[in-house]
Design a protein around this ligand. Sequence first.
Ligand code: RAM
Length: 331
Amino acid sequence: MKHTARHILLGMSLAVTAVSPAFAADKIALVVKSLGSGFFDAAHQGALDAAKELKDVEIIYTGPAKATAEGQIEVINSLIAQNVKAIIISANDPDALVPVTQKAMKRGIKVITFDSAIRPDGRLMHLAPSSNALIGEKLVRMARDVAPQGGEIAVLSATAQATNQNIWIGEMKKVLATPAYANIKLVSVVYGDDQTDKSYREAQGLFKSFPNLKAVVAPTTVGVAAAAKAVQDDKKVGSVFVTGLGLPSEMAGHVKNGAVKNFAIWNPIDLGYSAVYVAHQFVKGTVKGVAGETVSLGRVGKVKLDAQKEAAMSEPFTYDASNVERFAKIF
Ligand code: RAM
């Protein structure tokens, strides 16, 4: 083809329009524990809200198929190669990701964690959805509400290495050790790996192993929905209650059927929005990640970093038959 001046001009202008938005936007990656989770999809929605508001941000939403540290290491290596400006991670392990995130930070990539942390030397800051102690206490209180006479309870968690769930279970144990909860006995902690089928089977295993079980506490949105389904399918409604951290959209049916009376969660959309808002400030250099620093969360408010460079957002909100339908439309 003969290149006339017009062709060349046209080609140039096309190239410029195609390339310029990508040049202007800072690529910020949101790395989740595993893809296909309603909780992280809601966080992604919030991340996109933040990108729209900030204008110069492009979100890369990614994560492994299964919630493993190895999968996340691969993902992070590929993001380093893509020259992203920031990586926001919900970590599958507090320690295993440290070498790869340190490598990213050495190359100038701003690494922060949200939801589930990496230990302090592997990230610039951690944004927690709520205070760990409050979450632990809330989980135990909800279990007591469905087992007011006391009795046996079990925890159905996510993966055995998940930073956030392990901390919350630790906080639960502290509360359970107080005299007020002397009649509640934690008989087992099992792991469904944030996979629906494994969580379902683990819940069924608990019913078999502990015939007097009063409640399954699942501090994971995947586990809590799977356990509630197992209660229904195994005709345990009314004898075993499921509680924990769930999404109203996934739990409304289980509340209606009686397998679940109460559960809690924070707003995952606000969490994703806030994490991107924070990462953007690190990219622009307006936040450094030092203890005592105040960090803006845009429309959500602001938080202050503690000595571990962690900041916690609001209190988890409790759902039951009175409000679950209303929130099921949102997340
Ligand atoms: C699952 C994940 C996530 C956790 C929620 C409550 O979606 O394990 O990390 O915060 O549950």
